[in-house]
Design a binder for this molecule. Structure first.
Ligand code: SF4
Ligand code: SF4
Length: 304
């Protein structure tokens, strides 16, 4: 059974503060309900740093399909290379294929295309690691972290495996908060797939607005409910962001004001809602957490 309430915190570009929002909300909400936070920003996960954790625990490899070829069966027919759209299979004329691991996305197209069953269906390659760590902040919660190995290019398979671990380790009467990576590629769609509600975090800059539209387009296309957080509000006008929110049917808009004190606390790797509950940013984050809490309790998420 999937968790009762899945929420994805995302943002088109890096640096909008989505991890800041996700970690602080998790700390606040964990005082009241059972939850898991999943850091699926597999290229640069930093929720554990923002939560001041000394290390990550319970490592598991993230392994994806990799074509291991039985050269006794292979006839060098070339069918596998023809269907590989990442160029991972290299064949010089008349010689058997060679697979370049870093280019392989694990899509299995070659496996299905091989007419001689020369590719092992159980072949695997480790592309990263996932971790499951107990966080003792707030009321206590579990943090699932996915990390891609250095040099790996294909983030979606690693996101999917780390997300599956988060779904498996979150009780069915708890909630799951997913912190996605930056950008608007396939990895983001994979990360937000199970979420009922998407919280798009943006900032009041032209680039922020541009990337906001891209992420809203994805969320609307996937028929998600959408809330929006304008982080660092006050550094410039956010009128156009509000117009965009209306255009995309965003249900709620929250403003987290630019707060120099919160920025200093953030840099020290401590959740601002714990270190400075009276800071302006903390008050705004509390408002978001309260709204989410109402929803979570309505859906029957287990109280603590
Ligand atoms: S699994 Fe997909 S990407 Fe990898 S070699 Fe086969 S066809 Fe290419
Ligand atoms: S499709 Fe199969 S038999 Fe043909 S070259 Fe690839 S591995 Fe060899």
């Amino acid at each position: 059974m999937p968790p009762r309430f899945v929420v994805a915190v995302t943002g088109g570009k890096g640096g909008t503060g989505k991890s800041f929002v996700a970690t602080n909300i998790a700390v606040l909400m964990s005082r009241h309900v059972e939850l898991t936070l999943a850091d699926l920003d597999v290229e640069a996960p930093n929720d554990h740093l923002l939560l001041g954790l000394q290390g990550l625990e319970n490592e598991e490899p993230i392994a994806i399909f990799f074509p291991i070829i039985d050269y006794k069966k292979c006839t060098a027919c070339g069918a596998c290379a023809k269907v590989c759209d990442t160029g991972a299979i290299v064949m010089a004329k008349g010689t058997p294929p060679m697979v370049m691991p870093r280019l392989c996305s694990g899509c299995k197209a070659c496996l299905y295309a091989c007419p001689y069953k020369a590719i092992d269906p159980e072949g695997r390659r480790v592309v990263g690691y996932s971790y499951s760590t107990l966080v003792k902040r707030g009321g206590g919660f579990r943090l699932i972290t996915g990390i891609l190995r250095e040099g790996e290019e294909h983030t979606p398979p690693a996101i999917v495996v780390a997300k599956q671990r988060a779904l498996k380790e979150t009780p069915s009467d708890a909630m799951l908060i997913v912190d996605t990576g930056a950008g608007t590629g396939n990895g983001i769609s994979a990360a937000i797939q199970e979420a009922e509600l998407v919280i798009a975090v943006t900032e009041p800059t032209p680039l922020g607005l541009h990337d906001l539209r891209a992420i809203l387009e994805i969320a609307r296309g996937m028929e998600k409910r959408i809330w929006m957080v304008i982080n660092k509000a006050g550094i410039a006008s956010h009128e156009k962001h509000l117009e965009t929110a209306k255009e995309y049917g965003v249900e709620k808009v929250f403003l987290v004001p630019y707060d120099p004190e919160a920025a200093k606390i953030y840099a020290r790797g401590t959740p601002v809602v714990e270190e400075c509950p009276s800071c302006e940013a903390s008050k705004a984050l509390n408002e978001i957490a309260q709204s989410l809490l109402v929803e979570a309790l309505e859906k029957g998420v287990r109280r603590k």
